[in-house]
Every structure is written in structure tokens, then in C-alpha cells.
Design a protein around this ligand. Sequence first.
Ligand SMILES: [Zn+2]
Length: 126
Amino acid sequence: MNDDKLDPELYRIAREKGTEPAFSGKYLNEHSKGMYRCAVCGAELFSSDTKFDSGTGWPSFSEPANTKNIILKKDNSEGMERTEVVCKNCGAHLGHVFDDGPKEKGGKRYCINSTCLQLEKTNETT
Ligand SMILES: [Zn+2]
């Protein structure tokens, strides 16, 4: 997808490393089963199976669906030492990963902007 076709909010976050306001994202309270894909390029990023309610105001995942689809980068902006999560395929900024996730799931919390995600729901009738 060409950058000039991106939704302005998606452009602001994915290309300019913005952050959506806490508790504003469309997927914050989403509990449907499926695959969260990159909103820019469609790469598989996170499975709904790893999504959890972190109480932080952003969709949170304990691990990526495929580590080959993301890049982790050191980010020292805004006076904080954080690790940025980037879509490997298109370079979109997705969010950050922190070490305060659920211990039983490995202790990671991928804190991702809803705007950067597109949920592809699983067609399950169960
Ligand atoms: Zn992408």
C-alpha cells in the first residue's frame, strides 16, 4: 500500500512513531479469535490466543505470532529506554515491548497500537 493511501492516524503512528491515546483503540476490548495482521501490509503479527488484558489502555500480547515478522529495535526517545516493535515486512511502527507481562506466559508484554492492527477473525462456529 502506498503511504499516501494510509489513513492519517495510521500514518501518524506507523510512519511517525506516534501512539494512540490510551483506552481509545478499537481492539482494546476485542476478544474474538483470529489473527491480528499489520494494518499497512497485512503481515501476520499477533494471534488472539496471546492477547491479554493488561489494564494499560493498549492491546497487549504475550508473544508475536511469528518472530520472523517483527523486528525489535532499541528506542531511547522521550527519555525512556524502550524496545520498539516494528513490522519487518513494511517497517511500520507497531508499539513497544515491556518485561512486565504475565510470568506464566514468558513475562513479555507487547503493547501494540490498535490502529496498526487489522483483525482477521477466525470462522469458528464452536
Ligand atoms: Zn507491515
